[in-house]
Design a protein around this ligand. Structure first.
Ligand code: A3P
Length: 280
């Protein structure tokens, strides 16, 4: 019989706050929240609430590791604590700082087809701008995705941040200078949307967890158009900011962008030794 604490998430006095043994380091808009919530279905996983931004924000990093520990949930011996802050991926100082905390930490990088990721990023930025601007002032119509990603002369605006962040190899090479490849698992965010269980089984194995998460933990919600999560006590979907409707993008622009990313995607595949099969 497993000890009582393994049967319940109820906290007993022996639980303490521990530094994370695994970190979801990015990439933003690739399903970082879905991934963390899905892993939390496992009884041996504890998650930090919110995004801690310890390693990427100096004002937090300067508070030291003991402060970071206070941001972590209580966990029992043997449980894995996980946090996610997607901006870790693109912040230059972060890999070294994480290594200084724990050189054998396990890293989860979730990626999506880069053009879809860029459109998702644009959709979020536009939604945030709409909520930030006061309703009493007339605001200029937001620029379309097409206007932002293409220069007038038809070339790709590489400086546009949602495109730049989709060039994964630019950021990943720094991580692989600091961590060994076997400490890093690449999670396919498009497949996590389509069929989460196989991705989660790979992650359980990578984290050394017993296989527990299964198809009984998910049901497809037709209204949301995504899988929602189920455990012993409740069914729940992610918030409405996860799974937004994307604007229609001119297919010529999509093709141009896919061609642009072709070479970058190949560099990413070479770096990780896996072919994600993204369309060109
Ligand atoms: P969209 O809103 O563009 O569809 P992040 O948490 O890193 O910001 O990622 C958000 C993305 O998670 C969403 O992007 C959505 O596609 C994806 N996602 C993956 N699985 C999901 C799920 N089960 N429910 C809702 N969104 C999910």
């Amino acid at each position: 019989r497993p000890p009582l604490f393994l049967l319940s998430r109820k906290l007993y006095p022996t639980a303490v706050r521990r530094l994370p043994q695994a970190i979801i380091m990015g990439v933003r808009k690739c399903g970082t929240r879905a991934l963390l919530e899905m892993l939390y279905l496992h009884p041996m996983v504890q998650k930090a609430a919110g995004e801690v931004h310890f390693f990427d924000r100096d004002e937090n990093y300067n508070k030291g590791l003991e402060w970071y520990r206070t941001q972590m949930p209580h966990s029992h011996y043997g449980q894995i604590t996980i946090e996610k802050s997607p901006s870790y991926f693109v912040t230059p100082e972060v890999p070294e700082r994480i290594r200084a905390m724990n050189a054998s930490v396990k890293l989860l990088l979730i990626v999506r087809e880069p053009v879809t990721r860029a459109i998702s990023d644009y959709t979020q930025l536009r939604a945030n701008a709409a909520t930030a601007s006061p309703a009493t002032f007339p605001t200029p119509a937001p620029k379309s995705f097409e206007q932002l990603v293409m220069h007038q002369n038809g070339s790709v605006n590489e400086a546009y941040r949602p495109l730049a962040i989709s060039v994964y190899h630019h950021y990943l090479h720094r991580w692989l200078e600091v961590f060994s490849r076997d400490q890093l698992l690449i999670v396919n965010g498009d497949q996590l949307i389509e069929d989460p269980v196989p991705q989660l089984k790979r992650i359980e194995k990578f984290l050394g967890l017993e296989p527990k998460i299964d198809s009984h933990n998910f049901y497809f919600n037709e209204t949301k158009g995504f899988y929602c999560l189920r455990n012993e006590t409740a069914d729940r979907c992610l918030r409405e900011t996860k799974g937004r409707k994307h604007p229609r993008v001119d297919p010529h622009v999509v093709s141009k962008l896919r061609r642009y990313f072709g070479e970058h995607n190949q560099k990413f595949y070479d770096l990780v030794g896996e072919d994600m099969g993204w369309p060109e």
